[in-house]
Design a protein. Structure first.
Length: 222
């Protein structure tokens, strides 16, 4: 309810950008110096995912660090983000004509509702920006092929437990206890599993480190 109101106010078509160009550039630079996280590729390899010609949607892709890797592996990539600052950076990464890439500078919900027959939806540190989690899983399910994959990586509250403000504690309480989402509190993992299951997904692989984050590979089975 509150998120639906916020969603009407903070709109991409009204030029809203949650990220300044300065922050986006700093984020990009900080990741250029880091190694890629191999766990995503390992998870997908263990599921025998075929990158060649696969249709992949990278949700909240930011500077496109992983988008570009998927494109290098021969996939058809749809970069999605609401931030024009990140769009400016990501566009430069895809200069090579060898990549097959499309851009969606829209909200998660708007982009997902237009997709179908995807092979993989990849969401690294971005799933919680969806305005409604149930809607997110329903949209994901509808836009994937049968046997398509949804890979979600997100941080957990354990990471920040000592530094939450009073308002953040209230957000977490309302969200985890009553599934009432205000803004973008980090998810409760039992809730993710339940919503995914209700939308026709099964868990294929899960890496859970309570101190840092959770990474789950789902497969759409119905
Ligand atoms: C922490 S960054 C993660 C970026 C990228 N996935 C990565 O792993 O480097 C979160 C991203 O979500 C995007 N974002 C925030 N709200 C969004 C929304 N409502 N719809 C789509 N993307 C959104 C931000 O612009 C940002 O690029």
């Amino acid at each position: 309810m509150i998120n639906s109101v916020l969603y009407k106010i903070f709109r991409r078509d009204k030029n809203w950008d949650p990220v300044s160009l300065k922050y986006a550039e700093e984020y990009h630079q900080s990741h250029l110096n880091k190694e890629l996280d191999s766990k995503y590729f390992k998870m997908l390899e263990s599921a025998k995912f075929n990158y060649l010609n696969a249709k992949i949607l990278d949700i909240g892709a930011g500077p496109g660090i992983y988008s570009v890797e998927f494109a290098k592996l021969g996939s058809i990539l749809l970069w999605q983000d609401v931030s024009k600052s990140f769009y400016t950076i990501a566009k430069k990464k895809f200069k090579s004509k060898d990549y097959r890439v499309f851009f969606s500078l829209e909200h998660i919900e708007v982009c997902m509702k237009k997709q179908k027959d995807l092979d993989l939806i990849f969401s690294r540190l971005s799933f919680y920006y969806a305005k409604n989690d149930k809607e997110f899983f329903d949209d994901a399910s509808k836009s994937l092929k049968i046997n398509g994959y949804l890979l979600i990586d997100c941080n957990t509250y354990e990471r920040f437990e000592n530094s939450l403000s009073l308002f953040e504690k209230l957000q977490v309480f309302l969200y985890h206890k009553f599934q009432f989402k205000i803004g973008h509190p980090l998810p409760n993992h039992d809730m993710i599993d339940k919503l995914a299951k209700e939308s026709g997904f099964i868990v294929i692989n899960k890496e859970f480190n309570t101190k840092t984050n959770i990474c789950i590979l789902f497969q759409k089975i119905k």
